[in-house]
Design a protein around this ligand. Structure first.
Ligand SMILES: [Zn+2]
Ligand SMILES: [Zn+2]
Ligand SMILES: [Zn+2]
Length: 159
């Protein structure tokens, strides 16, 4: 009986380590849902949830898990550390520097699409759109999002 229990603890500990490694590789800017995490872990959702809660009991600074929405959100600390420097974006028409809060150029009035993930202006080139709702995203942002999620961040349909 006791041997069995110790066996279980060792197993859980191993899986917990695997999860920690997985979380460390993810982009902390984006929340992860349980379904995706279970996929990456190669475990049932219920087991994955148990391991996640077990892991977070040990390492509370990683982030928070909400069992209602089944979403894991990385803690702010990690996010700040990994945040990239913001690039200045110029209007392709008049070359004035764009503020990332307006969806049009304040100088020449040209309008732009907004990336639904970072809320930043999409000026040109590398974009991806959702086949269900048609919303546009920066290619790299949607790809990062897809590392940890399978659904569109806007309409929640499978991409
Ligand atoms: Zn302009
Ligand atoms: Zn973006
Ligand atoms: Zn969509």
């Amino acid at each position: 009986m006791l041997v069995k229990q110790i066996d279980e603890i060792i197993k859980t500990e191993k899986k917990s380590l695997k999860m920690e490694n997985l979380l460390a590789e993810m982009n902390p800017e984006f929340p992860v849902n349980l379904e995706r995490m279970a996929e990456l872990m190669g475990e049932e959702k219920t087991i994955t949830e148990e391991i996640l809660i077990y892991t977070l009991n040990k390492r509370q600074n990683i982030g928070k898990y909400d069992s209602m929405s089944q979403m894991f959100v990385f803690s702010g600390k990690t996010i700040k550390k990994q945040q990239k420097k913001e690039k200045k974006i110029k209007c392709p028409k008049c070359r004035s520097v764009l503020t990332n809060t307006e969806s049009k150029c304040l100088n020449c009035g040209r309008e732009f699409e907004i990336c639904q993930i970072c809320r930043g202006i999409i000026v040109e080139g590398k974009t991806l759109s959702c086949s269900s709702c048609g919303r546009l995203f920066h290619k790299e942002h949607l790809e990062e999002w897809m590392n940890t999620n399978r659904n569109c961040p806007v309409c929640k349909e499978k991409i």
